[in-house]
Structures are given as structure tokens and as C-alpha cells.
Design a protein around this ligand. Structure first.
Ligand code: DON
Length: 578
């Protein structure tokens, strides 16, 4: 079945298109010649384009969009959380900024367990004990100082304006606030901002004004990150945390630092992938899965076929067990990045994959592990081909659901990304081990995968997504949909998704992702496939393809320079270009 020989890429592409089921109709990608910004909130995308038009580069735009999303996309946009920025400068140098949260100094390995060693439900996801030391402000300012060209005041001005004057809520904004209403109603300061008097939710066309957030952003604009880490903002957060049984201390804020790291890189069928290194698992695991898949003729086997899905699932199964057992903060654990991204290791994995039978996850259980949602991504490219991919997050939707009174800043619940107890699943069902155990100042292992792909020394694709543990497979599937299946960037993002993360030993699929025939074949191989329609786990990818909307168009020449696509699953996002 999988002994089919590899054909020429072009012939295989034509064949696979001819054999593929009709793809779901997708809108055309947005085309532009000078710059492109794709984010989960249209007002923030426009902020980015304005910055590019006035001469800012992609990094300037990324900083301004980061601050703007903190106001207009409160479910995930933030200054009270953290994230990652992958940068590819115009001459090809790539770098990575890690501004993810760190565990407070007073944190302990067993802080979410009761006297009997059982997990205290909600302790790592709600309230101040769930909050990691935020990194976004330091991260955005580091990006601006090192790689930007405009002043802090210019880049913060749009966010301050949206917070002070308010912005008109559209259907997506209202839906997002509605989804968070229950969580937000538990915190007086959060409810006062994001709910109307009497706990009523906002309606379409109403204006959300955030004066406290405007004041916090203004003090950051005037005094830089010190306003957040050394000044009144840190004091207010520490005070609120102490009053609610949290452990955040002023020293946590004073000691926070951003790391500049080398992205993880690998080559997939001639394309150079640059993605997130530890403390993210994203780049490593995307590369590991791609290396395994490179040995199969995916283009020939076809999008959504049982054989394609089978090898994808098996590659995911093997890569996620590596993720969950071996990866963690590089300042605390030795990450086997070279091994996991080595082509020879991928070959070893392929040799373990039966072409006819599903693997069994518990057979891969590493020693000592036992058994057991909201982020946002944006992609930007400028007229000089500087490219930036940012994924940042509060972790769950609206984070821990708490706002320190007076700050207007929603705080993250990133502590849940740690292993609260080896073998017990976290918010995303991830069963993780000791490498990701809680320690003071340690960063929890992430799946966020801001990725930039180059070909022949030129940028090819900027991509990433939210989606918890599924970020990795969402990003991966978009990449193979473009490279192997010949889809345009919007089709690649919109195509229904599948996911496997080792445990649970289940293939999750979006509704309609696989035909009844395919499901039958997969079930005969031993796969347990379940439809999962839950929101927002399937993500909201944001991508840009350079030189055409498809690989075929790029190779032919003459396509639009920048082709932007915001996930059709997103409710208020937009690709905006000029
Ligand atoms: O860093 C991570 O992997 C998670 N905190 C990301 C959370 C996320 O994507 C939630 N969005 N749906």
C-alpha cells in the first residue's frame, strides 16, 4: 500500500489534484504588493498596515499589532501573558525572541496537588495561583529596540487610542466576550470591564472602553517596561495576587528577562523551516513530524486519503511522546533537539510504522510517566521582505480570568502548561513528565509555533496558529497542504484538520474532515477516530505565502507578491495588505 514509488513533484501534484476530493470552497487569499498583516482582529491588522505604510518595518508592525490586540482582542491578545516571535530579516538571518511567562520564585513542584497528591481542580487554571510572570511587555520592547525603527510612543499610540476612546464591537468580538462571560463574572475588576452593569454581555455595535488599560499602556509608552516590571503596575498585580492567595512577588517582575534564541531549523523537501525552539516544543515537533513524512509520497497518496492520514497520525504519535516526556525549559533541562530533528531518527521512526496497522500509544509509554484555550497568532511581512511570526497568549481564553484592580490587564493562566502531576492531563489533555515539572523561574513547555519558511534564500511562507496542543498539527497541516497537496494558502488554512497527540490514543478530526470510506479504512487499521467540534481547539491560523497563492503559481512566476489568509474559523480576523 505504501510501496508506491515517488513521482516527480509536478506530475504527482497534477495527479493528486485530479484524485483529490473537491476542496471546500475558500475565499481567495488577500493580495498585496508592499506588505501584509494577518491577525485575529481586523482593527489590529489595520494598525499593522498603517505602521508599514508610514515606513515602519515588519518588527515595528508586530509590536504595534501586539499592543493593539491586547486591547481589541482581550481573549488572547495581551500584556499580561507571554509569547514568542520568530523573525526573518530581509537578508535571511533568522532569530527568535522568547518572552513567555516564568514560574514565580515561590512556586513549587507540587503546588497544584492536595495532601493526598491529587490535583486540586482549577488551581492551575483559575485565579492568581495560575498566573505566570508575564513577558509580553518586555518581549515587544526588546523586539522594537533590537530590530524596530520607530519609537515606543508611535507603536503604542493605536492601542492607547482603542483603549481610551473605545472600539465598536462586531459579531466576533461579542461572541468572544460572551464565551468568556462566566469566567469574567467571577472577578470584580474583570467583570467591571468586560461585562455591562448587572453582568449583562455586550451587544454588536456597542463600544468597549478600557480606561485603566489606557492608563497602563500610557505609562508603558512613557516609561518603558520599567513601568510594568518595576513600577506601579507590578505593585498593583502583586497586591491583588497576595489578597487572593497568589504567590506573585515584586522580585518576580524585577527579575524577568527575555531570551533571544536560535530558531529550530530543518529542511522539508527543499524548504527551509525556521520555528520555535524550547521552551516551545513547536519547532522541534513540527520538524520531527515533517522529517518522518518526507519519506512518504504524500502528494501522490493525496489529501485526506486513509494512507496519508495513517502516516500523519503515526508520525504525530511518535513525535508527541517525545514532546511530552523529554522537552522543557532549556535553562533547566537538556533538550534532545538534535536527535529529534535528525533525518536518521525520522528513518528509525518510519521503520517502526506499520503501513497496515495503527500503533498503540501505551506501548510507547516512557518510564515514570504513568497514565492520566486561548492564544493568538499573527503573521507580517514588509516591503523589504522582513518577516515576523508572533504567537502570544494568556493560555486559556481570558487567561486566569483576573484583572488586578486599577491596571485593566487580564492575567494569564500559563502555569497550567507545566506538568502539575506526571501522567495527569492538563487543559489540552497533554500528559507530560518531569522535564516540564514546576520550578521557580522556569518557563512551562509550550506548543506555540510561529514559523517562517524560506526557499532558495527567499521567504516563502509565514504561518502559525493558536490551538493549545493542536498548534503543532495545525501549523504542520497547513504547511503540507501547501507544499504537498498544492492548495492555495487560504485553502490550506481552511481545510478540515486531524490531530493525534500520543495520549489519548485517539485520532481527533474536525466535522467532515474525512469521508465515511476513509473512516472505515482507518478503523480497519485499528485507529479510533472521533469527531471533535469543540471551539477553539482547532485554532485560527494566520498565514502569508510569498510570490503566489500556491506553489504552482510561485513556480510559474507572476503571482501576487504577498498572499494573506486568515483562518475562516476566526470570527473577527483579517488579512490586510497594501
Ligand atoms: O503555550 C501553549 O502551548 C499554550 N499555552 C497555548 C494555548 C492556546 O493555544 C490556547 N488557544 N486556543
Amino acid at each position: 500500500m505504501l510501496s508506491v514509488t515517488r513521482r516527480g513533484t509536478f506530475a504527482a501534484l497534477i495527479l493528486s489534484i485530479a484524485l483529490s476530493p473537491a476542496l471546500a470552497a475558500s475565499p481567495e487569499p488577500v493580495k498585496a504588493e508592499h506588505g501584509m498583516v494577518v491577525s485575529a482582529q481586523h482593527l489590529a491588522s489595520d494598525v499593522g498596515v498603517d505602521i508599514l505604510r508610514k515606513g515602519g518595518n515588519a518588527i515595528d508592525a508586530a509590536v504595534a499589532v501586539g499592543y493593539a490586540l491586547a486591547v481589541v482582542y482581550p481573549t488572547a491578545g495581551n500584556i499580561g501573558g507571554g509569547g514568542f516571535m520568530t523573525i526573518r530579516l530581509k537578508h535571511g538571518k533568522t532569530t527568535f525572541l522568547d518572552f513567555r511567562e516564568r514560574a514565580p520564585l515561590a512556586s513549587t513542584k507540587a503546588m497544584y496537588l492536595d495532601g493526598k497528591g491529587e490535583i486540586v481542580k482549577g488551581a492551575s487554571t483559575s485565579g492568581y495561583l495560575a498566573v505566570g510572570v508575564p513577558g509580553s511587555v518586555m518581549g515587544l520592547e526588546t523586539a522594537r529596540e533590537k530590530y524596530g525603527t520607530l519609537s515606543r510612543e508611535e507603536l503604542l499610540a493605536p492601542a492607547i487610542r482603542f483603549a481610551k476612546d473605545g472600539f465598536v464591537l462586531d459579531q466576533g468580538d461579542v461572541a468572544s466576550l460572551g464565551n468568556g462571560a462566566k469566567k469574567l463574572s467571577n472577578d470584580k475588576a474583570a467583570a467591571a470591564i468586560f461585562l455591562k452593569p448587572g453582568g449583562k454581555t455586550f451587544e454588536i455595535g456597542e463600544t468597549l472602553v478600557q480606561p485603566d488599560l489606557a492608563a497602563s499602556l500610557t505609562s508603558i509608552s512613557q516609561n518603558g517596561p520599567d513601568a510594568f516590571y518595576k513600577g506601579a503596575i507590578a505593585d498593583d498585580i502583586v497586591k491583588a495576587s497576595a489578597a487572593a492567595g497568589g504567590i506573585l512577588a515584586k522580585a518576580d517582575f524585577e527579575q524577568y528577562t527575555v531570551r533571544e534564541l536560535n530558531p529550530v531549523t530543518c529542511n522539508y523537501r527543499g524548504y527551509e523551516i525556521a520555528s520555535s525552539p524550547p521552551p516551545s516544543s513547536g519547532g522541534v515537533i513540527i520538524c520531527e513530524i515533517l522529517n518522518v513524512l518526507e519519506g512518504y509520497p504524500l502528494s501522490y497518496l493525496g489529501y485526506g486519503s486513509a494512507e496519508t492520514v495513517h502516516v500523519m497520525v503515526e508520525a504525530m504519535r511518535h513525535a508527541y511522546v517525545d514532546r511530552n516526556s523529554a522537552l522543557g525549559d532549556p535553562d533547566f533541562v537538556e533538550n534532545p533537539v538534535e536527535k529529534f530533528t535528525d533525518k536518521a531518527y525520522a528513518k528509525e521512526i518510519r521503520e517502526k510504522i506499520s503501513p497496515f496497522k495503527a500503533g498503540i500509544s501505551k506501548d510507547l509509554m516512557p518510564k515514570g510517566m504513568g497514565e492520566s484555550t486561548e492564544t493568538t497568532h499573527y503573521s507580517i511581512i514588509d516591503n523589504d521582505d522582513n518577516a515576523v511570526a508572533v504567537t502570544y497568549t494568556l493560555n486559556g481564553s481570558f487567561g486566569a480570568g483576573v484583572v488586578a484592580p486599577g491596571t485593566g490587564i487580564l492575567l494569564n493562566n500559563e502555569m497550567d502548561d507545566f506538568t502539575s502531576k506526571p501522567g495527569s492531563p492538563n487543559l489540552y489533555g497533554l500528559v507530560q513528565g518531569e522535564a516540564n515539572a514546576i520550578e521557580p523561574k522556569k518557563t512551562p513547555l509550550s506548543s506555540m509555533s510561529p514559523t517562517i519558511i524560506s526557499k532558495d534564500g527567499k521567504p516563502f511562507m509565514v504561518i502559525g496558529s493558536p490551538g493549545g496542543a493542536r498548534i503543532i498539527t495545525i501549523t504542520l497541516e497547513t504547511i503540507i497542504n501547501v507544499i504537498d497537496h498544492g492548495m492555495n494558502i487560504q485553502e490550506a488554512i481552511d481545510a478540515p484538520r486531524i490531530h493525534h497527540q500520543w495520549l489519548p490514543d485517539t485520532v481527533f478530526m474536525e466535522p467532515f474532515a474525512l469521508s465515511t470510506d476513509t473512516l472505515k479504512l482507518l478503523s480497519e487499521m485499528g485507529h479510533d477516530v472521533q469527531i471533535d467540534a469543540s471551539w477553539p481547539v482547532w485554532g485560527q491560523a494566520a498565514g502569508i505565502l510569498v510570490g503566489g497563492k500556491t506553489v504552482a503559481e510561485i513556480e510559474k512566476g507572476g503571482g501576487a507578491r504577498y498572499n494573506g489568509a486568515m483562518d475562516s474559523r476566526a470570527t473577527s480576523g483579517a488579512a490586510s495588505g497594501y
